[in-house]
Design a protein around this ligand. Structure first.
Ligand code: FES
Length: 67
């Protein structure tokens, strides 16, 4: 499923980014472009990050403060 239409970023790409160590929306924005245009994907991307982090022990406790 495409999460960020502006930059054609899927939920799988966001999940993989979390598994590779990205820990915040700022990381996603900087590396994938998520949320850097219209911003409508922000809440969905955060939810996917949270779910991915919960499933990935190394990423528990990640910061989503930088939206
Ligand atoms: S949908 Fe992600 S920035 Fe527009």
């Amino acid at each position: 499923m495409i999460v960020c239409v502006c930059n054609n970023v899927s939920d799988r790409e966001i999940t993989r980014a979390v598994q590779m160590g990205m820990q915040s929306m700022a990381d996603l924005r900087r590396n994938l472009g998520v949320g850097d245009c219209c911003g409508k994907c922000g809440s969905c991307a955060k939810r996917i990050m949270r779910d991915a982090a919960a499933a990935c022990p190394q990423q528990r406790g990640m910061s989503l403060a930088a939206a």
